[in-house]
Design a protein around this ligand. Structure first.
Ligand code: HEM
Length: 231
């Protein structure tokens, strides 16, 4: 048995931690998307979904804290890995070769940081509801629940907000698409046939996530989804 500290100190141990925390976060991204897509089923669906989540009470807080710790570990271990790599190669290559590095891999850091910035804004926007003064004016829905449905529609009617969401989703997609290749490398899967296939499947999956999320602000901007009340 490898002791836990030796596992963490090894480069492969850190890579596995990044991969496992990444997988947990992907699970959240998929679950959250399925919840949000209910906007296409109407006000009652979305509002009762939000109400069910809130009814989880303390358990919801356990999930939130678990997710927050997962994000922190994902970022912290990534930083450690980068520092370790730099230490292992203190002299930079004289000539950088970008032939193999893809756009996504070079911008993994940037995409990760923008996604983090997005999550902070997004929580202020839709969870704390402090980014848009109109959300405080919303009336309860016919079943006396907070009208999350109309909040989302009013939120995305602002083209600048929608554009920011779409850009953040695009960067999240690049991050996820490249994350799959990194994950395959971490677990040492080097099969000539399987590895490229799995990497492609990862990219397709990431773009499906993109289409799913972006369909929401786009549908609101095209007025295909309307608010259920007036302000
Ligand atoms: C079109 C895209 C999205 C929509 C419409 C959306 C919608 C929402 C809504 C309505 C809430 C508040 C739920 C409530 O308090 O009742 C929320 C919370 C949240 N969203 Fe999103 N979301 C989107 C994209 C994302 C993405 C891409 C991520 C992560 C990468 C994300 C992460 C979160 C987190 C962490 C929370 C806080 C959850 C909590 O406080 O329990 N969202 N989202």
């Amino acid at each position: 048995m490898i002791p836990l500290s030796a596992f963490y100190r090894s480069s492969i141990g850190k890579k596995i931690l990044v991969a496992v925390t990444g997988l947990i976060l992907i699970g959240f991204v998929v679950g959250h998307l399925l919840g949000n897509l209910q906007i296409f089923l109407g006000q009652d669906w979305v509002n009762s979904y939000a109400e069910h989540l809130r009814a989880l009470g303390p358990f919801l807080w356990i999930i939130r804290i678990f997710l927050l710790l997962t994000v922190i570990i994902h970022i912290y271990v990534t930083i450690r890995l980068t520092i370790d790599n730099r230490r292992a190669r203190p002299v930079r290559y004289a000539e950088k070769s970008y032939s193999k590095a893809t756009f996504a891999s070079r911008y993994m850091w940037l995409s990760g940081l923008v996604v983090l910035g997005f999550i902070i804004y997004h929580i202020a926007h839709f969870t704390l509801r402090v980014a848009d003064p109109r959300f405080g004016l919303l009336k309860a829905d016919p079943l006396n629940r907070y009208d999350v449905y109309s909040m989302m529609v009013f939120g995305f009617q602002n083209i600048i907000v929608s554009a920011f969401y779409i850009i953040a989703m695009f960067l999240l997609t690049l991050h996820l698409a490249h994350g799959t290749s990194s994950f395959l490398q971490s677990i040492g899967l080097n099969d000539k046939k399987m590895t490229p296939r799995l990497a492609r499947a990862g990219r397709v999956f990431a773009w499906l996530i993109f289409i799913g999320y972006v369909s929401i602000p786009v549908a609101v901007l095209l007025r295909l989804v309307q608010p259920a009340q007036r302000l």
